[in-house]
Design a protein around this ligand. Structure first.
Ligand SMILES: Nc1nc2c(ncn2[C@@H]2O[C@H](COP(=O)(O)OP(=O)(O)OP(=O)(O)O)[C@@H](O)[C@H]2O)c(=O)[nH]1
Ligand SMILES: [Mg+2]
Ligand SMILES: [Zn+2]
Length: 296
C-alpha cells in the first residue's frame, strides 16, 4: 500500500485521528517528526502523509496555526456574538478582527439570535457593523430558532476549515449542530442573572460538515488582548480601510498628529467611522507602551 494523504481531525493521547476520502484512520507520529516533544509537531487541521504501519511520515507546511486551541490551516475564523443575551461587545469585535488579521486568518462575523430583535434594533446593529463589509469582512445575521442565514453561511464555509470563536452563550454549538451530522455538541442555558453563559464547550476536534469541510468549536474566550505589533506600521497594516489611494502628506504618517492626514480627513468626511478611528488610537497608544516596556 502506498502512502495515504489525509487531514488530522482529532488527537487523543498520542494518537491522531485522520480523515482521508471518507475513511478514518488512527495513527501515531513517526519518531523523527517529534522535535523536542513539542505539542505543535502535529496538530488538528494538519495535512499529513501516513503509511500502512499507521505512522505519520510527513506533516505538510501550514498556512497558519492557532494556539488556543491548537488548530492548523484555518481558512476562516468566525467571530460570533449574539444580537442580545448576551449583548454585543463592539470593542471586542474590533479586537478579535485585529487578532484574526494578525494571525493571518480570514475573519467572518456572525451575529446570532436576531429573532430576539425588533426591526429598529436590527437596523441599528447593521449600521454599526456596516464598516466591516467595506473592508471585505462578511457579516452573517443568523437565528438558529427560525433558520435565518444558515443556508448562506453553509455555502460560504463549504469545503473550508472554519474555527468558531466567541463569548460563551452566543450559540456557537447551536449553529454547529445545524451544520454537521453528529448533533452531539452540548448547548447550555444562558445564565439569566449574569447574562453570560456557562462554559459548556470543551473538545477541540474538527467536525465534518454535512456539505463538506470542517468546523471547530472553541471554548468561550475571556482574555483576548490587542496583539503586540512590532511598530506603528505593522499595526496600521491590520486596518484594511487605512489603505487609501490619495495618501497622507508624510509617507510614514501614523495618522495621529500629522498635518494633511488622509485618514483623519476620511474620518471627518464620515468614510471611516469615528468609533473605528478611536479604536485605532487606543491600539496605537498601547503599542507605544509595549515598545517602551520592551526597551526599558
Ligand atoms: N433566541 C435564540 N436563542 C438561541 C439561538 N441560538 C442559540 N440560542 C440559545 O442560547 C443558549 C446558548 O447556546 P450555545 O449554543 O450553548 O452557546 P455556545 O456559544 O456554544 O456557548 P459555550 O459552549 O458556553 O461557549 C442556549 O440556551 C440556546 O438555546 C438563537 O438563534 N436565538
Ligand atoms: Mg458551546
Ligand atoms: Zn495619516
Amino acid at each position: 500500500m502506498s502512502p495515504i494523504e489525509g487531514i488530522v481531525i482529532n488527537k487523543i493521547q498520542g494518537f491522531y485521528n485522520i480523515k482521508s476520502e471518507g475513511n478514518e484512520y488512527l495513527c501515531k507520529l513517526r519518531g523523527l517528526l517529534k522535535r523536542s516533544d513539542k505539542r505543535e509537531n502535529c496538530a488538528v487541521g494538519d495535512h499529513v502523509v501516513f503509511d500502512n504501519d499507521g505512522f505519520i511520515t510527513k506533516v505538510e507546511p501550514r498556512k497558519n496555526l492557532l494556539r488556543r486551541p491548537l488548530v492548523a490551516n484555518i481558512d476562516y475564523g468566525v467571530i460570533q456574538f449574539a444580537a442580545k443575551d448576551p449583548v454585543i461587545d463592539y470593542e471586542r469585535i474590533n479586537i478579535l478582527v485585529l487578532n484574526s488579521l494578525y494571525n493571518k486568518i480570514d475573519p467572518i462575523l456572525i451575529i446570532n439570535k436576531i429573532d430576539l430583535l425588533t426591526e429598529e434594533e436590527f437596523q441599528e446593529i447593521k449600521e454599526k457593523l456596516a464598516y466591516l463589509n467595506k473592508i471585505n469582512i462578511p457579516v452573517f445575521y443568523i437565528s438558529t430558532v427560525d433558520g435565518t442565514g444558515i443556508k448562506e453561511l453553509e455555502s460560504f464555509i463549504k469545503d473550508k476549515i472554519t474555527a468558531f470563536g466567541g463569548p460563551s452563550g452566543v450559540g456557537k454549538s447551536s449553529i454547529l449542530n445545524l451544520l454537521q451530522e453528529d448533533k452531539d455538541l452540548k448547548t447550555g442555558e444562558t445564565s439569566k442573572r449574569l447574562r453570560a453563559g456557562k462554559h459548556t464547550t470543551r473538545d477541540s476536534k474538527l467536525l465534518p460538515l454535512t456539505h463538506g469541510g470542517f468546523a471547530i468549536d472553541t471554548p468561550g474566550f475571556s482574555s483576548i488582548e490587542i496583539p503586540e505589533t512590532v511598530d506603528a506600521q505593522e499595526l496600521i497594516s491590520l486596518f484594511p480601510e487605512f489603505k487609501i489611494d490619495q495618501g497622507c502628506k508624510f509617507n510614514n504618517c501614523v495618522h495621529i498628529n500629522e498635518p494633511d492626514c488622509a485618514i483623519k480627513n476620511a474620518v471627518e468626511k464620515g468614510d471611516i467611522p469615528v468609533e473605528r478611528y478611536e479604536f485605532y488610537k487606543r491600539c496605537y497608544e498601547k503599542s507605544k507602551n509595549d515598545l517602551w516596556n520592551r526597551y526599558k
